[in-house]
Structures are given as structure tokens and as C-alpha cells.
Design a protein around this ligand. Structure first.
Ligand code: GRF
Length: 204
């Protein structure tokens, strides 16, 4: 049986989508004790742990403690799902090739925060989300799957975020499933899925 460890900082709706998709989530770890997603995970009988970033004076020390907690669950795949800490290069290197993130934009557009507001301000007509392997550069890394949604004339940030989030909940479990099934191949920084599987989704 393959094992997934998910790192969250808050709501945890992407984590919930993975659990509900029947993926083998063995533990949920948060840097915040008040992350709402922890209660959901505990309620489903999944192990939970908190590694409070405030307890550590440096990023390196926090990441070392986090890695120790993660490794205790012997994961095949580590999933960042709304985990709001920038990870050190050494943490990223340790899990390289086994570490996925979801970002609420069509990368490489809008890396970083406030993606929905920035998409609205830029006037783009398509927006969306991307699942990618994590590399040292923030919100870069080989793209596994993307979903696109329309940006509509009367959208505000909340409406657009909700439209994107619904697609996040579809593509992230799909990407994790492909990974666990050994279907993802990275060649020259480009991800291919073995078999006839579309790596994009458009939700009009
Ligand atoms: C999602 O929009 C995700 O793309 C971003 O942070 C948000 C987390 O939401 N990285 P949730 O905690 O999974 O509900």
C-alpha cells in the first residue's frame, strides 16, 4: 500500500478531496495548530501532527523538524495543500520527485500570492490551477495537470476563487493517483503521463 502525507496550513479542502477520492492519506501535518483541516482528518481516523513554525528560530530548523515528522510516516508522496510556508532548498531536495503542490493559477502566470485578484486586474479571460512538482524555485517546477476556467464579466475575487477551487478538487487527486500508479514521467522538465490521459481540463 502506497502512502501519502499531506501538509496543510488552513482549511484543507484539497486534502479533503484527496481523502474522499479514496487516496491512501496516512497523515496530515500542519504548521498551525488551528488549521481547520486537522479536525476533518482526525475525524476520518487519519494521523495528524502539528509542527509549529513559531517554535523554531530559523527556516532550516523548522524544515528539519518538519522533515522528521514527515519521514516518520514513510510517505511515497508528499502533498502540499495550502501549506503556507516557503520551504528551504534542502527540504525540497530531500523530497524532490516525490513532492507535489497545487497553485491557483495557470502557471507560469501569477506565481506567488493573491492570484485571483491579479488575474482579474490583468483582465485575463482564462484562469485556473496547476499541479506541479516542487522545485527550489517557488511555484515553478514541472507541471502535471492544469484546469482552466473562464473569467466572467461580473466576477469578483471570491467568485473566481470558488470556480477555480472546484477544479483544484478534481485535478489534485488525479495527479496524486497518477503519481502513485507510477504513470508520471519527467523528461527535460516536462511531465508526461503514461497511457492516454489528458493533462488538461477546461470547465466552462
Ligand atoms: C488553494 O487555493 C490552493 O491552490 C492554494 O491554497 C489554497 C488551499 O485551500 N495553494 P485548501 O486549504 O486546500 O482548502
Amino acid at each position: 500500500m502506497k502512502r501519502i502525507v499531506i501538509l496543510i496550513s488552513g482549511r484543507g479542502s484539497n486534502m479533503q478531496a484527496m481523502v474522499e477520492a479514496g487516496l491512501p492519506v496516512v497523515a496530515v501535518i500542519s504548521n498551525r495548530a488551528d488549521a481547520a483541516g486537522l479536525a476533518y482528518a482526525a475525524g476520518r481516523g487519519i494521523a495528524t501532527a502539528v509542527v509549529p513554525h513559531r517554535d523554531y528560530t530559523t527556516r532550516e530548523a523548522f524544515d528539519a523538524a518538519l522533515a522528521q515528522a514527515v519521514d516518520g510516516y514513510r510517505p511515497d508522496l508528499v502533498v502540499l495543500a495550502g501549506f503556507m510556508r516557503i520551504l528551504t532548498d534542502s527540504f525540497v531536495r530531500r523530497y524532490q520527485g516525490h513532492l507535489l503542490n497545487i497553485h491557483p493559477s495557470l502557471l507560469p502566470a501569477f506565481p506567488g500570492l493573491e492570484t485571483h485578484a491579479r488575474a482579474l486586474a490583468a483582465g485575463v479571460k482564462l484562469h485556473g490551477c496547476s499541479v506541479h512538482f516542487v522545485t527550489a524555485e517557488l511555484d515553478h517546477g514541472p507541471i502535471v495537470i492544469q484546469a482552466a476556467v473562464p473569467v466572467l464579466p461580473h466576477d469578483d475575487e471570491a467568485k473566481l476563487a470558488a470556480r477555480v477551487l472546484a477544479q483544484e478538487h478534481r485535478i489534485y487527486p488525479q495527479a496524486a493517483r497518477w503519481f502513485l500508479d507510477g504513470k508520471l514521467v519527467i523528461e527535460g522538465g516536462v511531465v508526461r503521463v503514461e497511457g492516454d490521459h489528458p493533462q488538461q481540463l477546461y470547465a466552462p
